[in-house]
Ligand binder design. Sequence first.
Ligand SMILES: N[C@@H](CCC(=O)N[C@@H](CS)C(=O)NCC(=O)O)C(=O)O
Length: 207
Amino acid sequence: MKLYYSSGSCSLASHIVLEEAGATFEAVRLNLREGEQKKPEYLKINPKAKVPSLVLDDGQVLTENPAIMSYVADTHPAAELLPPVGELARARAQEWLAWCASAIHAATFGPMFAAGRIADAAEKQATLERLKATLAQQMEMFDGGLEGKSFVLGEFSIADAYTLVFANWMRLFGLTPGDNIKRSVKALLARPGVQRAVTTQQLKIEV
Ligand SMILES: N[C@@H](CCC(=O)N[C@@H](CS)C(=O)NCC(=O)O)C(=O)O
């Protein structure tokens, strides 16, 4: 398999899961700032012009972090990264990932990054302030989901893959993650699979 990723982007979540699953894959880096995701050769792989993309061994392409993570977990059952079909805990993991991908990433962090391109300074500041207020509420809820534990389901699962991404992004916007998130980040960074993904992406993640 081949994972197309960009350092520190949301593709870190899928990268972590591939490493934690013990999957055999090649990591291919794209530079989003240089627009490599929009080049014709990449658009043939993923017409959405986004990372991550996972090219399977038979050439089929899977996109969207939650789908990639679920597929990798299901095809590497020995790693026990997702509870069995029919268990409520599995739905809880999917509930968490859907919230991360849609509300926190797509509706809040995404527009916060895009706000950097707003030319009018006052409009940029007002947009960022509004989004930061929404993010603060979401990340408080995220922190609450980790109350008294290091991982969303108690044990590490694919539900934990976004935690490092969001903690890192919060710092980029000058925000400090809550104590439960910090504990989770520490526990995640102690895992060899997570360490391999972070090292490959050449990231320095603050605890
Ligand atoms: N819904 C997608 C989101 C993918 C996405 O937004 N990726 C960003 C990086 S975090 C990207 O590739 N951005 C490039 C661009 O918008 O040009 C997923 O969860 O995989």
